[in-house]
Design a protein around this ligand. Sequence first.
Ligand SMILES: Nc1ncnc2c1ncn2[C@@H]1O[C@H](COP(=O)(O)OP(=O)(O)O)[C@@H](O)[C@H]1O
Ligand SMILES: [Mg+2]
Length: 252
Amino acid sequence: MTDYLLRISSLSVNYGATPALQDIDLVVRQGEVACVVGQNGAGKSSLLSAVAGALPNQACQGQVEYQGKSILGRKAEDIARMGISLVPEGRHVFSDMTVKENLLIGTYMRRDRRNVKQEIETVLELFPRLRERLAFPAGLLSGGEQQMLVIGRSVLTNTKFMLIDEPSLGLAPLVIDNVYQALLALRNERGLTLLINEQSSNRVMKYADTIHVLRGGRKRLTTTVQEVGNGETLKAAYFGLTKTDETAAEVM
Ligand SMILES: Nc1ncnc2c1ncn2[C@@H]1O[C@H](COP(=O)(O)OP(=O)(O)O)[C@@H](O)[C@H]1O
Ligand SMILES: [Mg+2]
């Protein structure tokens, strides 16, 4: 019926008495680079965790549909097998294992073992730095290289829809651009759909097709790269500068 890959409706997340997200409606289309921006505490990580099945069932209310199937309340492993992968904030690598061993971990869940070698080659083409470091312990990599490693590992799970939590955090601008070039290549060449959390809206405006602004656990704005203009409306929604920001430039 629709071309939506993901449809979130009336999603709320509560940690005990703490509301983290309230009444979120959001769609992601097949092949889109969608970014969720918001300040620290806005609810970005809770959103990705809810989609990936990483929160306790009682914390979440509402609907999350992936390819038309309801996934809220399903086990994280089942959601992963449907093609959704979560790259959490913080670049979690296995420090004492080599880069190659870290990449291989991404392949363990795959059923199609025979493509593994080719897939690793694809990841190394995308991130040439990783090829140079294949035999290094992952703990010795720079922050940017570790980010590439966790994204590469995620590609190897055979993902179709990648959820990436703050990939730019703590990285130099040039390195951030490298990471995003690779993410765009994943979309353009492999048809991946990406939902990316970021704190900085400026950087995201360069790469995203669609930008969703969260503030205080609510979605304040959805806009597109074509509509965003000089970013004034986006900034107002991000910082809460106007009373009308909830509907301004709404595209859905
Ligand atoms: N495990 C948790 N237990 C209690 N409160 C939490 C937990 N995780 C997040 N929160 C709270 O939920 C809100 C949203 O957090 P989060 O989703 O991490 O936002 P963001 O990723 O945008 O920084 C914040 O108020 C945060 O303090
Ligand atoms: Mg977060």
